[in-house]
Design a protein around this ligand. Structure first.
Ligand SMILES: C[S@@+](CC[C@H](N)C(=O)[O-])C[C@H]1O[C@@H](n2cnc3c(N)ncnc32)[C@H](O)[C@@H]1O
Length: 344
């Protein structure tokens, strides 16, 4: 009898198990759909309601292909069809706005690079320096805000208002040190927001620093920032900064103590130290099966191969004490949690 054939049970189990894949595969294709809409300019074009003929003429593409693409974007809630025109749905217009604090294109690029890094993380040969320059840049851009957004300086102004000691110095004209400036989102946004302040920015990767320099010129703050390329532990300038900011989550374990010593020597007496705090490392095995647990486990794969390990808030506090800082506190801010300390 067909109904009793054992393969039927195997098939039934297979179809039940494959249900877990269905949303993943659909999401993967949805990302491809969004990627094509960004790369072709269709997403930007749809900020103005247009017919498929108008899209096709502007993009120099076949009208039927554009029609099918709009249809798929409509099916996914990205486009809204009104009479014979398509426009971006409000939520997607917000996400993909050119002035968005987080660039939509960078979000897509970043997701792709992270996925590639996770897949390659079992190879012993992968390090920060075996990444292509484009991947390194995408990683640096993907973890921060878009400094060209007109909202960025406002967000940074509001953020620093929650730390009155630093805010007053910035408003009067502070000199600050950014350790591991990356592509300079925080650094450059802060310089735009506080026009009397100046900075020194340290970055080990030359390709990243080149991009930051280009951005500084485009934002017209290049005459208020000095760039220093090299390992932060070897930074020679000392004792003149009102505050130091350390992007410690990209620093390998063996560089942490030396970098903190340099930071301590570089900040003025009564000056400030500030650094973002990550999620706490997992406390119990049960936490592993939560959203945070899953995110942390993937972070470990991505950054672990570069010698970077998550540091608990308590361990970070101890590192700061060993370096000589005091008045250590955690700050819950609109931009996440930060650790704050002062030079005695
Ligand atoms: C991703 S960035 C931080 C982002 C930055 N705060 C922003 O707003 O754009 C961190 C940087 O630290 C740099 N870095 C890592 N180890 C370093 C070291 N020992 N000395 C100097 N820079 C280092 C990495 O190359 C990376 O670009």
């Amino acid at each position: 009898m067909i109904q009793e054939h054992p393969v039927l049970k195997v098939l039934q189990n297979y179809f039940e198990a494959s249900a877990v894949l269905t949303p993943l595969l659909a999401g993967f294709q949805f990302l491809g759909l969004l990627r094509g809409a960004v790369d072709s300019g269709l997403l930007t074009a749809a900020r103005t309601p247009s017919t498929t003929q108008q899209f096709a003429a502007n993009m120099n593409t076949d009208i039927e292909r554009v029609g099918d693409y709009c249809h798929a974007l409509d099916a996914h809630g990205v486009f809204v069809k009104e009479n014979d025109t398509y426009r971006l749905a409000d939520m997607w217009a917000t996400l993909a706005a050119p002035e968005a604090v987080f660039s939509f294109e960078v979000i897509l690029d970043h997701a792709q690079v992270l996925s590639n890094l996770i897949a390659a993380s079992l190879k012993n040969t992968e390090t920060y320096w075996t990444l292509t320059s484009a991947e390194r840049l995408t990683l640096a851009k993907g973890v921060t805000t878009n400094p060209f957004s007109p909202h960025s300086p406002i967000v940074l102004d509001l953020f620093f208002q929650s730390i009155p000691g630093i805010y007053e110095r910035l408003a009067q004209g502070a000199q600050f040190l950014d350790i591991g400036c990356g592509v300079g989102s925080g650094l450059l946004g802060t310089l735009v927001a506080f026009p009397d302040s100046t900075a020194v920015a340290i970055e080990i990767a030359g390709d990243i620093l080149e991009e930051t320099r280009r951005r500084a010129i485009a934002l017209n703050v290049h005459d208020r920032v000095v760039f220093w390329q090299g390992d932060a532990r070897e930074f020679p300038d000392q004792s003149k900064f009102d505050f130091v900011h350390w992007a410690h989550t990209f620093f390998p374990v063996e560089s942490r103590a030396g970098t903190l010593k340099m930071a301590f020597d570089a900040v003025k007496p009564r000056g400030y130290f500030i650094a973002p705090l990550e999620n706490e490392p997992l406390a119990t095995d049960e936490d592993l099966h939560t959203e945070t647990g899953r995110a942390n486990s993937l972070q470990r794969l991505i950054y672990g191969s570069w010698g970077i390990r998550p540091v608990s808030h308590q361990d970070f506090q101890q590192e700061l004490e060993v370096a000589g800082f005091d008045e250590i506190q955690v700050l819950n801010s609109m931009l996440g949690n930060f650790i704050l300390a002062r030079h005695p």
